[in-house]
Design a protein around this ligand. Structure first.
Ligand code: HEC
Length: 188
C-alpha cells in the first residue's frame, strides 16, 4: 500500500467510527419503536395481538347508530363509520370491504338536571365521561384468522390488555357471524 492509499484507508476508518458514534445517540433518542421490526404491534399505543391504533379524525366520522347498555356498565354509545364503512352500509352489501373501520364510543349515562327540570321528571340522560373507545379494522389478509377484523379497545388513549383482546373475536363470532361479525345495524 502506498502512502496515498494508506491515507485514504485511514480517512475511511475514521469516517466510519465517526458515523457509528453519531448514529448511536440518534437511534436511542428515537425512543420506543425498534427500528428493525416496523411492526405496529411494537407501538405502545397499538392494541395487543392486532396492532390497531386510534384512527386520526374518527370523531368526525358519520353516525351509524346509537345504543344503550343498561345494567352495571350504564353506558350510552355511538357507532361511527369511516367512508368505506358508510358506503357499504348504504349499499347493504356484506362482507365489509378492506379499509372499513368501525368505531364505538361509550360514555357513562348520566342524569341531566336541566333536562329533568324541563321534563318535570328525572328521566333525562346525557353522555358523561368517555369510558372506552373501540375499533374494528377490516383487512382480510392481515386478520385472516379473525374473520378479516382487527380489534382495539382503548381507555384514556391507551390500549387495554391482551386478555381483553383475546375475547373480542370470540364474542363477535358467536353472536354476529351472520352480519360479517358486526352487531350494529344502520339506523335510518
Ligand atoms: C361479550 C361479547 C363482546 C365482546 C367480548 C366484545 N364485544 Fe364488541 N360488541 C358486542 C356487542 C353486543 C356490540 C353491539 C352493542 C353496542 O355497540 O352497544 C359490540 C359492538 C362493537 C363494535 C361496533 C361494531 C359492531 O360490531 O357493532 C366495535 C367496534 C366493537 N364491538 C369492538 C370490540 C372490541 C375491540 C372488543 C375486544 C376488546 C370487543 N368488541 C369485545 C359484544 C362484544
Amino acid at each position: 500500500m502506498n502512502a496515498a492509499a494508506q491515507y485514504r484507508a485511514t480517512i475511511a476508518v475514521l469516517a466510519a467510527v465517526a458515523l457509528f458514534a453519531l448514529s448511536r445517540p440518534i437511534q436511542s433518542a428515537a425512543g420506543s419503536k425498534p427500528a428493525s421490526t416496523g411492526s405496529r404491534v411494537a407501538d405502545t399505543n397499538a392494541s395487543p395481538i392486532y396492532g390497531v391504533t386510534i384512527p386520526v379524525g374518527f370523531r368526525q366520522w358519520e353516525l351509524i347508530a346509537p345504543s344503550q347498555e343498561a345494567g352495571s356498565l350504564n353506558e350510552l354509545r355511538a357507532k361511527l363509520g369511516n367512508d368505506v364503512a358508510m358506503k357499504a352500509y348504504r349499499k347493504g352489501s356484506l362482507p365489509f370491504p378492506d379499509g372499513t373501520i368501525l368505531a364505538k364510543v361509550a360514555w357513562k349515562r348520566v342524569s341531566s338536571a336541566e333536562y329533568n327540570s324541563a321534563l318535570g321528571a328525572p328521566q333525562g340522560f346525557v353522555p358523561g365521561a368517555v369510558t372506552t373507545l373501540q375499533f374494528m379494522v377490516k383487512d382480510s389478509k392481515r386478520y385472516a384468522s379473525t374473520g378479516g377484523w382487527g380489534f382495539g379497545r382503548f381507555i384514556n388513549g391507551k390500549p387495554v390488555d391482551e386478555a381483553q383482546h383475546e375475547a373480542c373475536f370470540a364474542c363477535h363470532a358467536a353472536h354476529a357471524k351472520e352480519h360479517d361479525f358486526v352487531f350494529t345495524q344502520y339506523a335510518p
